[in-house]
Design a protein around this ligand. Structure first.
Ligand SMILES: [Zn+2]
Ligand SMILES: [Zn+2]
Length: 313
């Protein structure tokens, strides 16, 4: 969150679409929030638009304590019933929830669930097999391991012995490997590991796509992933090699896959590291940070996330 606020301080330009989105929210008060903070809030807004569309709700209340990086929001239907509620906060945000009109019974249920979930999430440790898939150099593997270790100290990373990519995954005509076949094949390496991440310099694709930067076996809570470094290098595009840029791209794509392992879906926010990259421009546009909503969903972390839907509480 501190990183995000630092980013806000440096951000001068606020996209018009964001401001327009702000205007359309009922119950949202932006008085007293400085422009430099809007970028962080804009991250929320992009996701809120999707939630609103999903729930077809008529009213949304948001309470934000931006200095502490906290917010709570509540969405109501035409009859005033609560249909959606969530918050990001490092402590249980009782006051914020009251501010957005959540009743005390619901607040109590949320508090109980939050304590349970937080205790659970803090105790989870993961193990990850980083599988070199030739052609690839071991330095790249060490780089990926370092990136994971720096961001997620609850994931133990072990680099495996290099393997050759399965020849039946190779498409001679396209001169690319089929990521879906490789993912299937990697399953046998899973054994006791929480996650397996294959890393290769080979170019990969999935039928229906010209290429992919990475692939994983499930949309959310994936446990097998594949990262191709080929298109993260400037020389792939006939340009002069740029090591710093390569490192930055590897960091973004690595954290993106780990996000999927830890239960995050692709994010609609194009500056969020969880946004899906269709092109190298997309990779360069996004930051290596998780947006507040994605950060809030990551566990364990100092920020908690909780949502309820009517009838499922
Ligand atoms: Zn993704
Ligand atoms: Zn996000």
């Amino acid at each position: 969150m501190d990183d995000a606020i630092e980013l806000l301080r440096n951000k001068q330009v606020i996209p018009v679409s964001v401001l327009e989105a702000w205007k359309s929210f009922e119950g949202l008060n932006i008085d007293g929030i400085s422009n430099e903070r809007l970028w962080l809030l804009a991250n929320l807004v992009e996701t809120l638009i999707n939630i609103l569309a999903d729930t077809k709700a008529s009213r949304m209340n948001i309470a934000i304590d931006i200095d502490l990086g906290r917010y709570a929001l509540a969405i109501y239907d035409e009859d005033g019933r609560l249909v959606y509620c969530d918050f990001i906060s490092d402590t249980f945000p009782e006051r914020l929830l009251r501010d957005v009109g959540v009743d005390s019974d619901t607040i109590r249920a949320l508090r109980d669930a939050w304590h349970v979930r937080r205790a659970e999430s803090l105790s989870i440790k993961h193990s990850l097999l980083l599988q070199p898939l030739n052609p690839v150099d071991i330095e790249s593997l060490k780089l990926v391991a370092k990136i994971i270790h720096e961001k997620f100290n609850n994931i133990v990373v072990v680099i495996g012995n290099p393997l050759d990519l399965p020849s039946d995954a190779y498409d001679k005509r396209r001169r690319q490997y089929r990521a879906d076949i490789i993912l299937q094949w990697l399953r046998s390496r899973k054994q006791g590991w929480s996650f397996v991440l294959g890393v290769t310099d080979a170019d990969i694709f999935i039928p229906g796509f010209n290429f992919v930067f990475s692939a994983h076996n499930k949309p959310v809570h994936a446990d097998i992933g594949l990262l191709s470094l080929a298109r993260l290098r400037q020389r792939f595009y006939g340009l002069k090699e740029d090591h710093a840029l390569f490192l930055e791209r590897v960091k973004k794509q690595t954290l993106h896959i780990i996000g999927h392992f830890l239960g995050l879906p692709d994010c609609a926010n194009r500056y969020c590291v969880m946004s899906y990259a269709n092109s190298i421009v997309d990779v360069d546009t996004k930051t290596s940070d998780f947006c507040p909503l994605c950060q809030g969903r990551l566990v364990p972390g100092r920020i908690a996330f909780m949502s309820i839907r009517q009838g499922t509480r």
